[in-house]
Design a protein around this ligand. Structure first.
Ligand SMILES: NC(=O)c1ccc[n+]([C@@H]2O[C@H](COP(=O)([O-])OP(=O)(O)OC[C@H]3O[C@@H](n4cnc5c(N)ncnc54)[C@H](OP(=O)(O)O)[C@@H]3O)[C@@H](O)[C@H]2O)c1
Length: 340
């Protein structure tokens, strides 16, 4: 079967462009090579099964964090159903085993704790040891709105888990993604990035100036999207892409840190105004698998289409600074080329 993503002509085209423009700054290069995403036929009511209907993903491998719960589990289920091999990553081996065993198709359970960066490196090593290209990495795991300030390695926990843990993972897995014909990084952001009123406050990454649960979550989700944007620019001369997504609002275990009445409301009344999990998993599944999104990089998607975010979401200088600061905070856990 021909590769649904990428033809030999595309490859030649990109190689020539990369050669011609290799002396340009990455942000300029990204704009030249990046394609504007087409309007998709899918929307807020589409499910992960809808957006992959008719797709044959056999021969492709995807890795998903948070694969034991909510949107990650549904994404794994559907991508495996369409024939892909899925590396289902959970916080413990036991959770990963259980999740992988309960879906049809080929899955490989692995574990990491995004708050334990040695474990992130070990998981990436295990994935690299499989010696196969990685067609997609969906950085889906996350925590939300921790009521009290908690620190991980001196950094506020949501920023450390949602952004920095995944930052290490994407850098550790760059090689297998770039080895795929058209590897994709898909990063879970959120509409809640709007809670980051002042963008990324680099002098408050440890919460020492102020702490608000939703602001901290918003900052971590803005960081996810900016990280995808900067990565997209850095890999724009390759076949790989990076994009971020807002899945919608869905009642999942993500609400576990909210007050009991809010959890109750989401669980029992949410069906009236929230997406269900099948719909919530659609956008990340679409961005990870759609043949229409070859060469589409650096965008923020919601409801399976490009969406608007705050001006911070398109701030390339902020994205570049975030990348540099993140490298500094995680330098002992990055591949050798990144250790300054
Ligand atoms: N649900 C929504 O309305 C919504 C809206 C916008 C964005 N999102 C984003 O969507 C993603 C998926 O959320 P969800 O709604 O599916 O939530 P969920 O059901 O709570 O799933 C979150 C997953 O992340 C894992 N996780 C949490 N902390 C971790 C850590 N330290 N190390 C490794 N894994 C960890 C959880 O593992 P455990 O089961 O072991 O805790 C779980 O598998 C998140 O990134 C979230 O920010 C969700």
């Amino acid at each position: 079967m021909p590769n649904p993503y990428f033809s030999r002509r595309d490859f030649l085209h990109r190689a020539i462009l990369a050669g011609l423009f290799s002396s340009l700054p990455v942000s300029v290069l990204a704009q030249i090579i990046t394609r504007t995403p087409p309007k998709s036929p899918f929307g807020s009511n589409s499910t992960a099964e809808d957006v992959t209907e008719g797709l044959n993903l056999s021969g492709l491998t995807f890795a998903i964090t948070g694969a034991n719960s909510g949107l990650g589990f549904e994404t794994m289920r559907v991508v495996a159903l369409r024939g892909a091999h899925v590396i289902g990553i959970a916080r413990t081996q036991e959770k990963a085993d259980k999740a992988c065993a309960s879906v049809q198709g080929e899955t490989t359970p692995m574990f990491l704790d995004l708050a334990d960066w040695d474990s992130v490196v070990r998981c990436a090593e295990q994935i690299r040891a499989l010696n196969i290209p990685l067609d997609g990495l969906i950085t889906n795991a996350g925590i939300m709105a921790l009521p009290e300030l908690e620190l991980v390695n001196g950094v506020e926990r949501q920023f450390a888990v949602n952004h920095l843990g995944h930052f290490i993972l994407i850098n550790q897995l760059r090689e297998p993604i770039l080895a795929a014909p058209q590897g994709r990084f898909v990063m879970l952001s959120s509409r809640a990035h709007r809670r980051a009123d002042n963008g990324i406050e680099f002098d408050n990454l440890d919460g020492s100036q102020h702490y608000d649960p939703w602001n901290a979550y918003g900052v971590s989700k803005l960081a996810n999207a900016l990280c995808a944007r900067e990565l997209a620019a850095q890999i724009s001369h390759t076949n790989a892409t990076a994009n971020s997504v807002h899945p919608g609002v869905i009642a999942t275990n993500l609400t576990k840190n909210l007050p009991a009445w809010q959890q109750w409301g989401a669980k029992y009344l949410g069906w009236m105004f929230l997406k269900d999990v099948a719909e919530g998993a659609a956008t990340q599944t679409y961005v990870a698998t759609s043949p229409d999104l070859v060469d589409v990089r650096g965008f923020y998607f919601a409801d399976c289409n490009v969406a608007d975010g705050t001006p911070y979401m398109k701030d390339d200088a902020l994205a570049a600074k975030l990348w540099t600061v993140s490298e500094g905070l995680t330098k002992d856990f990055l591949p050798p080329a990144h250790r300054a």
